[in-house]
Design a protein. Structure first.
Length: 319
């Protein structure tokens, strides 16, 4: 072909590299004889100039293929690399799995010429958000509820953003991976977690979360005097199952303990109560034990038959 040997087979199939005239020479040889013929193909028609564009995308998302082919007046054929195809000019396609697919566009003209172009399409996997919440005492109102993010890592990208919506009336949100949140009231809440990868793939999951009712800790105490027993009374509510008092250096588990302060000053007294559902609450108060006065008196004119005068000369604790 054009002076160059291109094949020794009986039938030739070849590709013209340019749309110019081609000289084809066929030579046949038998023992003792040979003959040849030369023919000129004056016109080689150029095939369609096939071209398209496509962007990488996410699994399960519509992918747009933009066809910019010139000269394909007889139609198009697409194969998307996942076993599916289309004859539309600029189709859309949804890949159901993540991988790199080879998409091919073939363009045909009315003279029977065809050309094609193949491009890779990267389809990224979707995040699979998941989370859990522990039972009380880690899921009670008016105390921090920690959320455990159980979302698995992606193999082809990285999760870069988290968005939590806690579903309560306050509209609580967080962008932390493993947040803690305080629900002001008990109840059932629909908590949503959204995960977004650096490839732009986003998925949300909503799960019901039960927040249990916390008890209310409270107490009163009698007068506090140095070296005198002071009685403490538990006023807590909410199905109290157990309690722990911390008074001075002592701990008590009874409802109404008594304690004797052996020194004056301010002391923090704490009552920690736990209800039958496992939730707990704490109440602390500062107890002041005053410095007792130093009692004393004097007497004047202590004579029989006379009026004796007694005077209080007690020292004030602030003296």
């Amino acid at each position: 072909m054009n002076g160059s040997l291109v094949s020794i087979q009986q039938n030739l199939q070849t590709t013209f590299s340019a749309p110019v005239a081609q000289n084809i020479r066929l030579k046949a040889i038998i023992p003792g004889c040979e003959n040849e013929i030369i023919k000129t193909i004056p016109t080689v028609t150029p095939g369609p100039a096939v071209s398209f564009s496509v962007n990488d995308n996410c699994q399960g998302t519509s992918v747009s293929f933009t066809n910019s082919t010139m000269g394909a007046d007889a139609g198009y054929g697409w194969t998307f690399g996942d076993g599916t195809s289309s004859n539309l000019t600029s189709p859309t396609h949804i890949y159901s799995s993540s991988a790199t697919f080879q998409a091919t566009l073939t363009g045909s003209n009315s003279l029977g010429c065809q050309n094609f172009q193949t491009k890779p399409v990267k389809i990224y996997s979707l995040p699979q958000p998941d989370f859990s919440v522990s039972l009380p005492p880690f899921s009670c109102n008016n105390s921090l509820t920690p959320f455990q993010n159980n979302t698995p890592s992606l193999t082809d990208s990285n999760i870069t953003r988290w968005n939590w919506q806690f579903g309560d009336a306050a509209g609580g949100t967080s962008q932390q991976q493993n947040p803690s949140y305080t629900f002001p009231v008990a109840g059932n809440f629909n908590v949503q977690l959204s995960a977004v990868s650096d490839a732009g793939c986003s998925v949300s999951v909503t799960k019901p979360v039960t927040i249990f009712l916390s008890p209310v800790a409270d107490f009163t105490m009698g007068p506090t005097c140095l070296n005198v027993s002071t009685k403490f009374t538990d006023l807590s509510s909410g199905g109290i199952q157990s309690r722990v008092w911390q008074i001075g250096a002592s701990s008590f588990g009874v409802p109404n303990p008594s304690y004797t302060f052996t020194s004056s000053g301010d002391f923090i007294t704490t009552l920690n109560v736990t209800s039958a559902n496992g939730c707990s609450n704490v109440k602390s108060k500062v107890i002041n034990v005053p410095v007792p006065p130093v009692l004393n008196f004097s007497v004047a004119n202590p004579c029989a038959g006379k009026n004796a005068l007694f005077s209080d000369v007690t020292s004030s604790p602030t003296d």
